[in-house]
Ligand binder design. Structure first.
Ligand code: HEC
Length: 197
């Protein structure tokens, strides 16, 4: 063989081998780079961050926003809201927490002397406001009946029996009450009669 040809074969193979080695190294580097990116994916970090934020978040926030008539947007008429719904929406902010020294729902001692004023006075104070108690709980969209229902709800939740006979109740309830009353009267008369005999 001619040494010239020999040399060129060697040079070619060395070049080929080094090219392969270079390619392999390059592939390896790319692969390991991708690997590192993967293991430190930003998602991982943001989850950890969220966990930290969750742990150090404030216990509560004070909001001075006016309670919004939420229900109106949901297609429900405010006038149709139950006492509980009105309470949850417009009164709970203060009366569940005792904010601004408001009497807390369910704490009887805080309501006893207020309850003694009578339902009508309480409703009047809730409608027109009294001291730190804002008129209509700060939601002027509420009707008098809404306020009355929510006051009754608060009192009942607190354990008072509220006489709601004069309430503008739905016709059925009113009728039921009338029947009950009539029955009670009839009974009373009967006992009177039997006593008289
Ligand atoms: C911004 C806080 C706040 C909101 C909202 C609020 N209240 Fe009050 N409420 C008070 C405070 C404070 C008092 C105590 C006022 C006082 O006697 O000095 C009070 C007292 C009352 C009383 C007793 C009044 C009396 O004569 O003793 C009633 C009844 C009442 N609230 C009903 C409601 C109803 C119903 C709503 C929702 C429609 C409501 N409150 C929303 C703060 C609030």
């Amino acid at each position: 063989m001619n040494p010239q040809a020999d040399k060129s074969v060697i040079t070619t193979s060395v070049a080929l081998v080094s090219a392969l080695v270079l390619l392999a190294t390059a592939l390896f580097m790319v692969a390991s780079l991708l690997g590192t990116f993967d293991s430190a994916s930003p998602e991982d970090d943001s989850r950890r961050q969220a966990a930290v934020l969750e742990r150090i978040k404030p216990i509560a926030r004070v909001s001075f926003e006016e309670p919004q008539p939420v229900a109106e947007t949901a297609g429900i008429k405010i006038a149709d809201l139950s006492g509980k719904a009105v309470y949850d929406q417009s009164c709970a902010a203060c009366h569940t927490t005792g904010a601004a020294n408001s009497p807390v729902i369910g704490v009887r001692e805080q309501w006893e002397s207020r309850f003694a004023q009578g339902l009508d006075v309480l409703v009047d104070h809730a409608i027109n406001g009294i001291r730190a108690m804002p008129a209509r709980g700060g939601n002027p969209a509420l009707t008098d009946a809404n306020i009355r229902d929510s006051v009754i709800y608060m009192l009942e939740e607190t354990g008072f029996e509220v006489a709601t006979a004069e309430e503008t109740a739905p016709a059925e309830e009113a009728e039921a009450e009338e029947v009950e009353e009539a029955e009670a009267e009839a009974e009373a008369e009967e006992t009177e009669e039997s006593e008289a005999e």
